[in-house]
Design a protein around this ligand. Structure first.
Ligand SMILES: [Ca+2]
Length: 567
């Protein structure tokens, strides 16, 4: 399965994410909405203390996966910080961490499996990211350790939360098994991970070239970037485009999804076929054509000679170190890493994708959900959970009445100067948002009036505190990248299989993936003839792929039935 924006959220490899990248990629804190001057006095500190208000306190346990960039200030701790204090004061909820794990190498998943095998109680609330959920959800259900959420959601969710899910019914698919909903999925920002084409504008200008509108024109630009010394140093030391080939050809930066999209099906994922069924992209004939063209690009020197060993960050480094002239990747790359590149004279510019021969354009899309909350079988304080959820959702839709209308926490993402919040100060961070017990992810785009926040701020609207925060912390290049994504709204093709691993997948998928990755790289490198693709397709089907396809479509029918019932 392809990596998602979640990989960035996980902070893997100790990558340093900039303030802007964090604020926007982490989503939750970034979407600390606020609008209207009338909310100035309603800072969280104004509420009465819990001992005054609460007849009783409800203790809710959770597990926290700590990232190395989760910053706590002063005397704050994982159990006592502005978010936990807010929960206590406003909701009479004491949130405690039954487990603390490092957010790396599936540590939380391992901890859950240990609890399952030792018959140890689970925390009341667990959060699993989209890429971790499929492998463990079925085991938790089979062990009868988590609650079915369909009726619970209907009973406790607020009207505006129900509306958000009605606008995004696909999010339920990630927790749906045999027609039941086994968790509460977050909603992801509709296009956060959707890629665009980043080009070195200064190289285009130096060589007197236009941005490409077709794949043929793209090849001409790549040829010039490779062979015409775009950096003017008299050395043949540049390539056309940075591609990350180590894990998948459609990774979270340095993807070639525009190439697959120009020919038809997205590789490395399940797509909706013309007959309505789900079909695995990598075994479709159009992928063979895309690989053929990639092999031509490789032979011509447009790709780095060792691109198959590059992960996403390696590919980005080709761009930020002045070796590559183009990279495909999400709009937020304008913040990090491109916006932080220390490269004299470099001008990065986001462009829409060029079209294939018949005008076809396509790219990968953003998963409907970042991850899901699962609730222990014995947990019964859903009134508290959904009250909490609704309050956090308020800030996501820029509710002026939200407790977080000016920001998440004073001293973290804002300070007060002369009675007004300031967002640009030394040590500003939005990672405190990771300490919410439950949070809905993002507001559905349709729930926000007046266009995306990025567009409003780009166009100079800085009225609400949230607009002010975005205008203060996001660079122009970041906003341009996000707008370039919006420019091609209908070309995204997200993964269509988001459910729990099927039985045959659990047994065979790792092997099938390996076979696929090896074959694709050998074809592009020119080590294997193009017809090796046909042998791969046969072997893929014979080695479990046919059965996996059957099971994936069984899941698809079940999750669609559920969706229809809810509407
Ligand atoms: Ca050169």
């Amino acid at each position: 399965m392809r990596l998602s924006d979640q990989e960035i959220r996980s902070g893997q490899s100790g990558v340093r994410l900039s303030r802007v990248a964090l604020a926007l990629v982490l989503l939750l804190p970034a979407l600390a909405g606020c609008s209207g001057q009338e909310t100035k006095e309603s800072a969280p500190t104004a509420v009465a203390s819990a001992s005054d208000r609460c007849e009783e306190l409800t203790v809710i346990t959770t597990a926290r996966a700590l990232r190395d960039f989760d910053i706590l200030k002063g005397n704050d701790t994982t159990d006592n910080n502005p978010i936990t204090r807010w929960a206590r004061d406003r909701l009479c909820v004491v949130q405690t961490n039954q487990w603390l794990v490092a957010d790396q190498d599936h540590a939380l998943e391992d901890r859950i499996r240990t609890a399952l095998s030792n018959n140890e109680p689970l925390p009341d609330v667990l959060f699993l990211r989209s890429q971790d959920l499929p492998s463990i959800l079925r085991d938790l259900i089979d062990a009868d350790r988590i609650q079915e959420m369909g009726a619970v959601f209907e009973k406790y969710a607020s009207e505006r939360i129900k509306e958000a899910y009605a606008l995004n019914p696909d999010v339920w698919k990630s927790v749906t098994l045999d027609g039941s909903r086994w968790g509460l999925p977050q909603i992801s920002a509709a296009n956060l991970a959707d890629p665009i084409l980043w080009i070195r504008q200064d190289w285009l200008d130096a060589l007197d070239l236009e941005a490409p509108a077709t794949l043929d024109e793209l090849e001409k630009v790549m040829d010039a970037f490779t062979n015409r010394d775009p950096d003017g140093n008299g050395v043949n030391d540049t390539v056309g485009i940075a591609v990350a080939g180590q894990n998948t050809l459609n990774g979270w930066m340095g993807d070639v999804s525009f190439m697959f999209g120009a020919y038809g099906d997205q590789a490395h994922q399940w797509n909706r076929a013309a007959d309505g069924t789900l079909a695995y992209g990598s075994v479709q004939p159009s992928v063979k054509s895309a690989l053929q063209r990639l092999a031509q690009w490789y032979e011509a020197g447009y790709l780095a000679s060792d691109f198959g060993t590059h992960d996403e960050q390696d590919a980005a480094v080709l761009m930020t170190s002045g070796i590559a002239g183009m990279i495909s990747g999400p709009g937020w790359m304008g913040g990090w890493p491109l916006g932080e590149a220390d490269l004299e004279g470099a001008v990065f510019k986001p462009y829409p994708y060029p079209a294939g021969e018949d005008g076809r354009i396509g790219r990968i899309g953003t998963l409907p959900s970042y991850g899901s909350y699962l609730f222990s079988k014995d947990f019964d304080h859903f009134d508290k959970i959904f009250a909490y959820y609704d309050k956090v959702y308020g800030m996501l839709i820029e509710d002026p009445e939200s407790d977080f209308s000016i920001g998440l926490a004073e001293g973290y993402d804002y300070i007060i100067v002369d009675g007004e919040p300031e967002y640009d100060f030394p040590g500003t961070t939005s990672t405190i948002g990771n300490f919410f017990l439950v949070a809905p992810g993002s507001a559905p785009s349709k729930a926000i009036k007046g266009g995306s926040l990025e567009r409003r701020v780009y166009n100079g609207k800085i009225d609400s505190y949230y607009e002010k925060k975005m205008a203060t912390t996001a660079s122009r290049l970041f906003l341009e990248g996000k707008l370039a994504v919006e420019q091609q709204p209908n070309i995204s093709h997200p993964e269509q299989f988001v459910g729990p691993q099927t039985p045959t997948m659990a047994l065979k998928w790792r092997l099938l993936n390996k076979m696929e990755q090896t074959t694709f790289l050998q074809i592009v490198y020119g080590y294997a003839p193009l017809d090796e693709f046909d042998r791969f397709v046969r072997e893929w089907h014979d080695s479990g792929g046919t059965q996996v396809t059957v099971e994936v479509n069984e899941w698809d029918r079940m999750s669609d039935d559920k969706k229809d019932d809810s509407l």
